[in-house]
Ligand binder design. Sequence first.
Ligand SMILES: Nc1nc2c(c(=O)[nH]1)N(C=O)[C@@H](CNc1ccc(C(=O)N[C@@H](CCC(=O)O)C(=O)O)cc1)CN2
Ligand SMILES: Nc1ncnc2c1ncn2[C@@H]1O[C@H](COP(=O)(O)OP(=O)(O)OP(=O)(O)O)[C@@H](O)[C@H]1O
Length: 236
Amino acid sequence: MFALSARDAPMKGRRTYASPPCLAAEIDPAYFDPLARDPEQARDVARWRRAERARLADLRKALGQEGRARASRAIADHLEQALSACNTGHGTILAGYWPIKGEPDLRPLLEKLHEAGVTIALPVVETRAAPLVFRRWAPGTKMVRGDWNIPVPPHDAQELTPDVTLAPCLGWDGDCYRLGWGGGYFDRTLAALRARPLAIGIALADARLKTIYPQPHDIPLDLIVTEAGVLARRSG
Ligand SMILES: Nc1nc2c(c(=O)[nH]1)N(C=O)[C@@H](CNc1ccc(C(=O)N[C@@H](CCC(=O)O)C(=O)O)cc1)CN2
Ligand SMILES: Nc1ncnc2c1ncn2[C@@H]1O[C@H](COP(=O)(O)OP(=O)(O)OP(=O)(O)O)[C@@H](O)[C@H]1O
């Protein structure tokens, strides 16, 4: 007997199958479409994600400024090592992010990487519900207010295609799936880029979930970096 926790909520009351119900098409050919989503389950997952986002945002707030600063420094150290193991250096285009709502602040590392010759970009929501645009940033760039009041480089800053992109996570799971703020922007962006960048999630270790209940649009990241270390996605 399993106790259903809040984290299991989307699957509550649903029957699961030991194997896919693949004979359904033989009963009614119109019935089985492997690309179709179960709208009821998608709604349940969306509701669960909203609740988890609120819980995880509170968890981050509860850390306090000093706790978050300590975590940010540890994340920056692990990230720096991971980047150097991936041969990221002079000439690489790396998309960071401008921290909002208690996200780990990696701006000191972005400055250091810039000094080392890495080209830094930041994400910009230029069109709602569309892929992100990345624009060049350097220390001293005069920022403007973008969508959701997120500071972004000005409109005339050079548009870049990143080799590496950092993605701040509210939550994450052991398969390197990310839970963000709910706009779907990173998934859309990774889906749209012809050459996929190395995608690195930035998260607190405590924000790990058993699963984010990945949906067809969710794209797993390559690495997750937390204050406790680095998780690489198993390939295959
Ligand atoms: N610092 C930082 N910059 C970032 C991101 C991020 O996660 N962190 N993004 C990472 O993607 C992009 C912005 N992401 C956004 C995500 C959601 C909404 C938004 O309007 N959210 C709605 C709910 C949307 C919904 O539920 O459908 C809201 O909260 O009202 C806006 C921007 C680009 N820049
Ligand atoms: N490739 C895509 N094409 C169309 N819609 C998408 C795509 N990816 C995500 N979406 C839409 O975005 C919605 C929110 O996605 P999700 O819950 O994964 O957000 P998130 O990854 O937490 O947000 P964000 O990346 O902005 O922080 C989904 O319900 C889906 O409708």
